[in-house]
Design a protein around this ligand. Structure first.
Ligand SMILES: [Zn+2]
Length: 307
């Protein structure tokens, strides 16, 4: 009798609850609509950054968890109308909608992330948005400006008003703030944003659909998206960031004593508090050697930074 019961539960969990969750990712703007422009004309326009973050996010979702299907409103530099984006979101079977943008302000000092929802009565959208902003703040070390609704904005956003499913619009940072502009333009910054959105979406999905297995099988381990860092073809000095932490370690202490190169510490704002570097190095190959040494010493995510 017990076995029959176990089998019934097993079949109902595995057999009937594994319809994939479908997420529409909308990279804001595109084509003739650039969105916010680079503040100094040297960087990418908003439309291009939105697309890069969107693709990284889609990659993380599809490669790191099971039972998720991703649909993009655009994968190239084209402009689907807002009506068309809403139509893609409202097609049958779509569970979540997420639009990616970067912000702008007449005040250069304005910085930080925002997650927009239609209003606070959209309970599921609110839950998802809360997790996203929390993740930006606590894990990605970003300044969070919080959740914004149509009341905060003074107007409603067409995408959030007419999409019929759980939906959020994320402003990843301000292109008009010089520091955030550099971060948003860097492959590393885009990776950190995409992985923060990925992790928060995974957390939201696991809570919302407890019967669906989002854990990847052992034969399909999580893969990072490998893209060359933006330092590839430049001259000048480099350093290697080996880790960041809220904890204050002694650069000459035990934690780093096994590394071949000298460590220095930089205090930063936000929840991360400290970043730990090797270098500076006068050329890229020296920095790369240090990075490899750090990777062997347990700092697998160490990366080069151009100074
Ligand atoms: Zn935008």
């Amino acid at each position: 009798m017990k076995w029959i019961l176990v089998n019934i539960i097993f079949v109902s969990l595995v057999g009937f609850s594994q319809k994939p969750v479908t997420i529409v990712i909308d990279p804001g703007h595109g084509g003739n609509d650039p969105g916010h422009l680079s503040h100094d004309g040297k960087h990418l326009q908003e439309k291009d950054i939105n697309l890069k973050i969107a693709k990284k996010l889609g990659y993380y979702l599809e490669h790191n968890i099971q039972n998720v299907k991703v649909i993009y409103t655009r994968t190239k530099d084209v402009y689907p109308s807002l009506d068309r984006r809403v139509e893609i979101a409202n097609q049958k079977g779509v569970d979540l909608f997420l639009s990616i943008h970067c912000n702008g302000s007449p005040t250069k000092a304005t910085r930080g992330t925002e997650t927009h929802i239609f209003d606070r009565s959209s309970k599921e959208s609110l839950k998802w948005a809360k997790i996203i902003e929390k993740e930006f703040k606590t894990r990605a070390g970003r300044h969070s400006r919080g959740i914004k609704t149509n009341k905060d904005r003074g107007h409603s956003l067409q995408l959030l008003k007419y999409t019929r499913m759980t939906s959020v619009l994320i402003e990843c940072g301000f292109l008009t703030n010089p520091t955030e502009a550099i971060y948003l333009n860097s492959s590393r910054g885009q990776d950190l944003i995409a992985s923060a959105i990925f992790r928060s979406t995974r957390t939201y999905l696991q809570k919302k659909y407890p019967k669906i297995n989002f854990i990847p099988s052992k034969s399909n381990p999580p893969k990072p998206m490998n893209e060359e860092q933006p330092v590839a073809n430049s001259n000048g000095k480099y350093k290697v960031q080996i880790c960041s932490s809220a904890r204050n370690y002694e650069p000459n202490g035990d934690k780093f004593s096994h590394l071949k190169f000298k460590v220095h510490k930089v205090e930063v704002s936000g929840s991360v508090k400290y970043k730990y570097y090797l270098g500076p190095f006068s050329n890229k190959s020296e920095a790369e050697e240090a990075r490899q040494n750090a990777a062997k010493g347990g700092y697998k995510d160490a990366f080069l930074v151009k100074m």
